[in-house]
Design a protein around this ligand. Structure first.
Ligand code: AMP
Ligand code: MG
Length: 329
């Protein structure tokens, strides 16, 4: 494993290798979209199941259009409003997109990243790359080159692009014939998407996502290396006793992802987030890693009333999936 330049990363991608690259959301493990060898390597490196589709990263709207079967006006309007940026559009795919990328689905997730290094690599490569987050499946996403190095030690080359400005994964929106489904919340909010669509007279309502529409949206994800418990701020009981009781009921494996369980919780470390949601998102995964590295047996996140606000939706979705249990008041 070594740090490589954007030009070296593009060369490696051309040679069907995988490279970790910075984007504004999280670091991605990239492979050339037309390289079956690279795509297979992405799944193997991450230990990612093949039923979890990859997002294809494009340079611009014309490149995105070539991947979609049709390019509806809603896609154009949303791409103009939010690209380059943290919004993934899921649409019926063109023949250019292999079923390895889409897990056999007829749709593909497409995103145009804002990070200048991701853009530089896309320009040098001359074709899109597929990239999931550069972490082992089910674990905390990387928001710094050092996180990728920690996770994969000598397996993966990485381009250091600093700390990710957004810090959580993209918003995923499926564009259907007559409605829109938000498959994953992110920095681009549901309200912003509705506003842009309404402004163009294109909003036809939300369709509530079906599990089948969002493979890979598992109950547990983003998990740190020790159990995280979300505790309602109004909780007033004996915390350690309650956490140990909750620990005793946890399964060993959920949806193929092993939960890490200490024998007993003697002490906890608090996960603290900034009061500003954009800052909290940027720092979330680094804070989770820091709390994991603390010698305490478990991590506690205190859920406050302010976290119910829409600006916190995407962060709370990550925390809830990263949590082993929710402790009610
Ligand atoms: P990530 O792991 O951050 O790369 O995000 C990939 C996620 O995007 C997957 O786990 C899916 O939930 C979603 N996704 C990607 N492609 C599709 C698709 N064709 N249909 C539905 N969801 C998709
Ligand atoms: Mg991921």
């Amino acid at each position: 494993m070594s740090l490589v330049t954007p030009a070296q990363a593009a060369e490696r991608l051309k040679n069907d290798q995988v490279v970790a690259v910075p984007t504004e959301t999280v670091y991605g493990l990239a492979g050339r979209m037309h390289s079956e060898a690279a795509l297979t390597r992405i799944f193997a490196t991450k230990k990612r199941p093949f039923f979890d589709p990859l997002i294809v990263h494009v340079r611009d709207i014309p490149q995105a259009r070539s991947l979609a079967k049709d390019w509806p006006q809603a896609a154009q309007i949303l791409a103009e409003a939010f690209w380059p940026g943290p919004l993934t559009l899921v649409m019926p795919k063109s023949e250019l997109v292999s079923s390895l990328i889409t897990s056999g689905l007829g749709t593909v997730g497409i995103r145009c990243p804002h990070h200048p290094i991701a853009q530089q690599i896309l320009a040098a490569l001359g074709e899109p790359f597929a990239a999931p987050s550069a972490n082992l499946f089910g674990r905390t996403s990387p928001t710094a080159a050092s996180h990728v190095i920690e996770e994969f030690s000598n397996q993966v080359d990485v381009v250091d692009g600093g700390t990710c400005a957004v810090g959580i994964e993209s918003t995923v929106l499926a564009i259907n014939a007559d409605s829109f489904s938000l498959l994953r919340p992110g920095a681009v909010t549901q309200e912003q998407i509705r506003g842009v669509l309404q402004g163009a007279g294109l909003f036809t309502g939300w369709q509530h996502s079906q599990r089948v529409d969002a493979p890979g949206q598992m109950k547990h994800h983003y998990m740190p290396s020790k159990p995280l418990f979300t505790v309602d701020d109004a909780f007033e009981g004996d915390l350690l006793a309650t956490l140990n009781a909750a620990l005793a009921t946890l399964p060993d494996v959920v949806e193929g992802v092993a939960l890490v369980k200490p024998a007993h919780i003697h002490s906890v470390q608090e996960l603290r987030l900034d009061a500003d949601p954009a800052t909290a998102a940027r720092q979330l995964y680094a804070s989770l890693r820091l709390a994991s590295a603390h010698p305490a047996d478990a991590i506690v996140f205190r859920y406050q009333d302010a976290h119910r606000e829409p600006a916190w939706t995407a962060i709370m979705e990550r925390i809830s999936k990263a949590s082993s249990a929710w402790i009610a008041p």
